[in-house]
Design a protein around this ligand. Structure first.
Ligand SMILES: Nc1ncnc2c1ncn2[C@@H]1O[C@H](COP(=O)(O)OP(=O)(O)OP(=O)(O)O)[C@@H](O)[C@H]1O
Ligand SMILES: [Mg+2]
Length: 348
């Protein structure tokens, strides 16, 4: 019998998929090396310890609620779970839970790469769909809109100074302006974008964005604090597009903060990249939106189009960089923190 168990154990130990047994009081009884590696520990760091001691906070997660239900009702469950590690990073696992006499047996497969590939594919598909749509929109809407704006300008020009209806013309022209900017956003997002690569001091792009928002009422209510490594990190990229990214992030932060708050922008160098961290003192991104906000048309606010972050991430990826939302636990404070990474200019 002992020999046979030894044989089973060797088989389990050599599996690439995670396999673990947890007792009724949540103590690890057995883990194969794959399960321990998935949990970022060695098996003997876990065996004899309790789940909640190794992963503090796990008891308030939906994952634990499912485990608890399986333990109590002796039922089977299988699901995909985004597991958040104590350092705030997370990975997707496919999990199957089965009751065994000792407690629960959990079988887990790391499906993070597959999930990411699927997400990239979805993103490419939506970009392609948007591309077709934007082409139609540009043709069918943009030109008549320009005509409309032109005609309004002519009519406005015919009004005498001080005419009370002049304000109406301005309002109409302003609305056309917003529509035009929306179309512009759509086009930026949909067209295969080419970047004008030049040395850009990141601090300058941030300053440009702040200047463009100088008269924006949404931003005026808040304080913006800037801090940067000296001299300002220089990246290779398109100053106008990078300015657009920072404008989007600043506006999002301003829009999220209902009361007067602070936006902190920090620029630093790290491993060959420039890191621009933008934190605000608003309510933060709701948990249920956090994994989706970079997809086009996902918005959490009334009047939002949900393109700002999708465009900004696309621009940064074209620069060989990335845009990410820092997970809440790691951010350490309330509010949202976005991190833009842009490779440094190799010669500067
Ligand atoms: N700093 C932030 N704090 C809280 N939530 C945020 C923050 N930034 C973004 N979000 C959430 O992410 C959503 C998506 O942002 P995104 O910029 O892509 O679109 P939007 O602001 O809704 O519309 P727009 O296309 O006009 O930018 C927002 O609607 C908001 O719910
Ligand atoms: Mg936005």
């Amino acid at each position: 019998m002992v020999d046979r168990w030894q044989g089973y154990r060797e088989t389990l130990d050599s599996l690439l998929e995670g396999f673990q047994i947890i007792s009724h009081d949540w103590t690890y009884l057995y883990l194969n090396p794959a399960a321990a590696a998935q949990g970022r520990h060695a098996p003997d760091e876990l065996i004899g310890r309790r789940l909640m001691d190794m992963y503090p906070g796990i008891q308030s997660t939906p994952l634990f609620a499912t485990l608890e239900r399986c333990m109590r009702e002796r039922t089977v469950a299988s699901f995909e779970n985004l597991f958040t590690f104590p350092d705030g990073s997370s990975r997707w696992f496919e999990i199957r839970v089965e009751p065994v006499p000792e407690g629960l047996c959990i079988h887990s497969v790391d499906i993070h790469d597959r999930r990411q590939a699927e997400a990239r594919l979805r993103e490419q598909e939506s970009v392609a769909t948007l591309g077709r749509m934007a082409g139609v929109v540009a043709h069918e809407v943009k030109n008549p809109l320009a005509g409309l704006a032109g005609a309004l300008q002519v009519l406005k020009g015919r009004r005498p100074d001080g005419d009370p209806e002049l304000a109406l013309f301005d309002q109409m022209l302003q609305s056309i302006g917003s529509l035009d900017r929306l179309l512009q956003d759509l086009l930026i997002f949909a067209r295969p974008m080419r970047i004008q690569s030049m040395p850009v001091a990141v601090g300058d792009a941030v300053q440009d964005a702040l200047r463009q928002l100088e008269h924006d009422r949404k931003l005026q209510a808040h304080t913006v604090k800037l801090s940067a490594d000296e001299p300002s990190p220089i990246v290779r990229g398109d100053r106008e597009l990078l300015t657009g990214v920072f404008r989007n992030l600043l506006l999002n932060a301003a829009e999220a903060m209902r009361e007067a708050g602070t936006i902190t922008v920090q620029m630093s160098r790290e491993n060959g990249s420039c890191l621009v961290t933008l934190s605000d003192t608003g309510p933060g991104v709701p948990e249920e939106l956090a994994t989706q906000i970079f997809e086009p048309f996902v918005t959490g606010r009334r009047g939002g189009t949900g393109l700002g972050l999708a465009i900004s991430r696309r621009i940064l990826r074209l620069h060989g960089g990335e845009l990410a939302l820092r997970p809440r636990q790691a951010a350490g404070s309330s509010g949202a923190t976005f991190v833009a990474t842009i490779p440094l200019h190799p010669e500067r």
